[in-house]
Design a protein. Structure first.
Length: 128
């Protein structure tokens, strides 16, 4: 599964970059282009780094960054849609993928956090 998510997050980054590079030129488009490229490539790079983590805490920390960046991609794509800067049919698949990846990463973080609690001898009621 880790390898599949690495490939999937990498493909997502490429699709976002291609979408961003298709924008018309303009102040707003240029700004969002840079933000979407930065956030989407961060998803792939940080997911890769998360899997190199030496500890569960490190994995959870990096995965939290991945979740934030994936959610930011959702924000920028929705923003572009609301501003009518994207044509119908050009962004729906990427938006769906961003939402699916975010949900997968959130579930992975939850699983890792529960595993960390079990391995540290705590139960879920002791969580802050």
């Amino acid at each position: 599964m880790e390898s599949d998510l690495k490939k999937r997050s990498n493909n997502f980054a490429h699709k976002c970059v291609n979408l961003a590079l298709s924008f018309k030129r303009g102040v707003l488009e240029d700004h969002v282009q840079k933000q979407l490229i930065r956030a989407s490539t961060s998803v792939a790079a940080n997911y890769r780094a998360a899997n190199l983590g030496q500890t569960k805490r490190s994995f959870i920390s990096k995965l939290s960054i991945v979740i934030e960046e994936a959610d930011e991609c959702i924000f920028w794509i929705e923003f572009l849609e609301e501003e009518k800067l994207l044509q119908q049919g050009k962004f729906e698949d990427i938006l769906r993928e961003a939402r699916e990846l975010t949900a997968i990463f959130v579930a992975s973080r939850r699983t890792a956090e529960k595993s960390l609690l079990r391995s540290s001898g705590k139960n879920e009621q002791e969580q802050p």
